[in-house]
Design a protein around this ligand. Structure first.
Ligand code: AP5
Ligand code: MG
Length: 211
């Protein structure tokens, strides 16, 4: 059963994906991580999408779909899709062009959007291993150093500045409802209370996965 993580920017998709990978053995594919990787490499694609991401808007659907398809092999693996789909067109494309013949469950991280700006502006990420921190709720043990790989390359995502966060939350509000209706209509939607602490959210997800 593949998992599709749906939720606002900062709702905890990446945090939970990393626990599901390490404790339950899934593979993680995040379209945001794939796009940021293209920007880091300064590829043609990276140059095309960088301004769009840093303004908080969505990248072109077909471009992201191709990137996703190029980075997952469904035959022998069970995936967590993080950050895809973002709109109803992507939800249908995931269903028809990627997950054909495969079972999946969509997990919606539900919480009040008002809580998210503080989470996002305080997020720091490790450039080397991708570990996710928060200056308020999950600070690294040694300031500026990754607990996981000891790197000193902790950074703030350019789209985590307050103005861009506002745009990202607005884009999310404008696009999510048809996506939720789509998965609800298929009987594949599970809702978790993402305002709880990360351990409780994980416990709920684990219960849903293991039935
Ligand atoms: P993407 O990278 O997917 O970002 P996002 O969806 O905006 O989500 P985030 O990664 O910001 O948040 P998250 O839910 O993973 O939260 P996290 O666990 O890190 O996309 C970025 C951009 O790329 C998009 O804006 C768009 O431009 C483009 N893009 C990507 N996919 C696309 C697509 N399919 N189509 C078109 N464009 C696309 O946690 C956040 C913070 O909260 C952390 O500091 C964490 O420590 C903390 N935290 C987590 N859980 C908890 C908790 N339970 N309690 C307290 N704090 C918590
Ligand atoms: Mg994320």
């Amino acid at each position: 059963m593949h998992l599709i993580l749906l939720g606002a920017p900062g709702s905890g998709k990446g945090t939970q994906a990393s626990r599901i990978v390490s404790e339950l053995g899934y593979l993680h594919v995040s379209t945001g991580d794939l796009l940021r990787n293209e920007i880091r490499k300064e590829s043609e694609l990276g140059k095309r999408v960088s301004a769009v991401i840093n303004s908080g808007q969505l990248v072109d659907d077909s471009l992201v779909l191709e990137l996703l398809k190029a980075n997952c092999t469904l035959e022998d693996n069970v995936y967590i899709f993080d950050g895809f789909p973002r709109n109803i067109e992507q939800a249908k494309a995931l269903d028809n062009k990627v997950l054909t013949g495969h079972q999946s469950k969509a997990i919606y991280f539900k919480l009040d959007l008002g809580l998210l700006t503080e989470r996002l502006v305080n997020r720091r990420m490790c450039k080397d291993c991708g570990a996710i921190y928060n200056l308020v709720s999950k600070a690294p043990k040694k300031s500026g150093v990754c607990d996981n790989c000891n790197s000193s390359n902790l950074y703030q995502r350019p789209d985590d500045h307050e103005d861009t966060v506002k745009n990202r939350l607005q884009v999310f509000s404008d696009t999510i409802n048809p996506v939720l209706e789509f998965y609800e209509g298929k009987g594949d939607l599970v809702v978790v209370d993402a305002s709880q602490g990360a351990d409780d959210v994980f416990g709920h997800i684990k219960g849903q996965i293991q039935g």
